[in-house]
Each structure stands twice: as C-alpha cells, then as structure tokens.
Design a protein around this ligand. Structure first.
Ligand code: ADP
Length: 355
C-alpha cells in the first residue's frame, strides 16, 4: 500500500503541493488528474526521490520512504518511473536497456528475465535495435519494460502518452489497460487527460493548485463531482445560473432557469432552500435533440433554445445553444443552421446543482 500523508513542497513562495493525503491499496491504479501547474510532477518527484518534501511523509507497505528528516536513496526505493519523454539511453540496445537494473542477477537469470519482459511488452523482434530505430510507441514500451524489470512495488507514470499522436495514444491506452490488469501492480498515473484517466485507472486523485480537490473511484467521481470545478474537468461543459424553487425529495429540486422550470439533482453537500442561487452543470453527452410531436416524459427536462454556433467535428456537430441569458453546449448528428429554434431534452439526473 502507498500512503501519502500531509505531503507538502514549496519552491520559494510558490506552493507546489499543500498537505496532500491519500492511500492507494496494493494492485490499484490511481490517476492523478489536474491542469498544468497543479502539482502532479512534484508529487511524482517526491515519491521517487528526485526531490524532498518540506513536510509530511510517504510510506510503502508501512516502510518510510521520505519525510523532511529522512530520505531513502532513490535507487533503494521499491519504485520505478516511466517518463513522458521515454528517457532511453540512445547508445544502448533494447535488450541492454531493459536489463539495466538487473546488474546483481547472474547472467543467465538476467537473460531469462529480459526475454520475459520483451515478450510481455511485444518487443522480442526489436531486442537488438537502438532507441532511434524504434517508433514512439515501441520506445515507450521499452521504458515500461525497464521500469518493470526490478519488480517494483509501485510504478509511477508521468504523462507517458502525451508525446504520441492521437491514433497511437488510443492504441497504447488499450495496451496499458490490458497490462495494468495483467500485472496487478500499484500504479500512480499522472495525466491531464480526463478520458485517459477514466480508461486506465480504478481511482482518481484530482489536484488543484497543490491541494486535493476530490478523490474517489473513476465512475463515482464522474457521476458525482463535488465542485463545479471538478464537474468542468469531468466534461460537464454547460453551466447555467439558476435558483432553487422547491424540493421534490431529498435529492431532487425544482429549479428556475430564466423563465424555464427544470428539475435538478442537488449535487454537493449544501443547505438547499427555496430562492437559493445555484449553478447547474450539465454534460453535452447527456443532451439530445427532441423529435417533433415527442411525448414528454416525467423524468426529463425540456428546454427551448436558438442555435448560436455549429462546428463540424468529423462525425458530429458541436452546437452552442442560446437559452436567453444562458448557453448550452451539445452535440448533434445533423448540422444545424445558426438562428434555428430547437427543443432539447436531458434527464433530471443529468443536471447537477452546486452552490
Ligand atoms: P504539474 O506537473 O501539475 O504541471 P508541477 O508539479 O510541475 O505541476 O508544478 C507545481 C507548481 O510548482 C507550479 O506552480 C510550478 O511552477 C512550481 N514548480 C515546480 N517545480 C519548480 C521548481 N523547480 N522551481 C520553482 N517552481 C517550481
């Protein structure tokens, strides 16, 4: 188990990490998600030993790894890291790079271990190549094989796919998901891509300005973001100012948006009361266009709007819909003319109210 307690690091007057607390059970994959500058790399540097903390500590299976008064040398930590830029030694062949950390094994055992790792990462045909003779995806697989060689307790990944083109990133996403499932290793995976985080991780740790904004399983966090900021990160791309009107039950309230009455989930711990100003968050995937003459459902919100803008996205169109004082972002299978009047629908459950 990886335990991070009250971990802090400052650079001059800048706070990179501020009292971070979390635990990651053995065999779980956690994605660390947040925008540039939120402290993701600092967290990895403190755990791996590239930097030391100002306060707090890190433990692995109970063993102290780092604190302000103690630092286990990086090479003795049961940790390996995979870097964004692969960090492969250009003059070494793949086989040598993968076996680099196994110097204390006898020659035959080392060869066996390297052969297994090359096979695991589908690199056997490339064993005698230099990094410059490999594609970006193959180089990243070499870096992962090297990180796995010493069988570390914890694997750290620092945005490993961000240097790859979009298509290869998708392929590698599947490969990594499969690998994580087979390895059963404790993995801390840094990314700024929420979809990559969802695809690969069991749990999410959301960082903002060096502090923990929210943590939880990927699915629970995407369904129940705790703040408008997390909701925005999770792809809830419409924000509507509204007022609470009257409760339907403990989870749902009628809300007033301009001159339209909707029903919303009350998303975060707040004291709901009639008249209270709230922000409603909604995901574009949750909105659909109504068909003419459609029977209205009782669990669904309906709104009327005017198309403001329509952008082609390859296999669909992205619309900005003017609601008169607010705006909705949504997707459409057909192109829509700016100025066209549309009726859209989304479930009560899809709408989340925050104070
Ligand atoms: P992320 O990886 O999420 O982009 P970082 O951990 O690199 O964020 O940085 C967090 C904050 O700490 C940023 O404001 C950054 O400018 C600052 N920071 C990081 N490393 C240093 C450093 N060596 N010197 C000064 N400031 C730093």
């Amino acid at each position: 188990m990886l335990e991070v307690s009250r971990l802090s690091r400052h650079y001059g007057s800048a706070t990179a990490l501020n009292g971070l607390d979390f635990r990651l059970e053995t065999g779980r994959v956690m994605a660390v998600l947040g925008p540039s500058g939120c402290g993701k790399s600092t967290l990895l540097k403190l755990i791996s030993g590239l930097e030391d903390p100002d306060a707090g500590e890190v433990r692995i299976n109970g063993q102290l790894i780092t604190s302000p008064s103690y630092s286990l040398p990086p090479e003795k930590r049961p940790i390996n890291m995979v870097f964004q830029d692969y960090a492969l030694w250009p003059h070494m062949k793949v086989r040598k790079i993968v076996g680099y950390g196994l110097a204390n094994m006898n020659r035959q055992a080392r060869q066996c271990r390297v052969d297994d790792l090359l096979a695991l990462m589908q690199l056997t045909p490339y064993a005698d190549r230099l990094p410059s003779e490999l594609s970006g995806g193959q180089q990243q697989r070499v870096a992962i094989a090297r990180a796995l060689a010493t069988d570390p307790e914890v694997l750290l990944f620092d945005e490993p796919l961000s240097n790859l083109d979009v298509q290869l990133r998708m392929t590698m996403r599947f490969e990594l998901a499969d690998l994580f499932q087979r390895l059963n290793k404790t993995v801390l995976y840094v990314t700024h891509d929420p979809l990559e985080a969802c695809a690969l991780a069991d749990e999410l740790l959301i960082l903002r300005n060096g502090h923990l904004e929210q943590t939880g399983t990927t699915q629970s966090l995407f369904a129940n973001p705790a703040t408008t900021w997390v909701a925005g990160l999770a792809g809830y791309d419409s924000q509507l100012p509204a007022r609470l009107h009257a409760p339907l039950d403990s989870n749902y309230w009628q809300v007033q948006v301009g001159d339209q009455r909707l029903v919303s989930r009350v998303g975060n711990p707040m004291n709901p009361e009639p008249g209270k100003a709230v922000q409603l968050m909604l995901h574009s995937d949750a909105i659909r266009l109504c068909t003419q003459g459609e029977n209205e459902r009782t669990d669904t919100n309906y709104m009327n709007g005017t198309v403001k803008q329509c952008l082609f996205e390859g296999h669909q169109w992205r619309l900005r819909l003017d609601l008169g004082g607010a705006e909705l972002a949504m997707l459409s299978e057909q192109a829509q003319q700016p100025g066209a009047k549309l009726q859209v629908a989304f479930s009560h459950q899809a709408l989340l109210a925050f104070d």
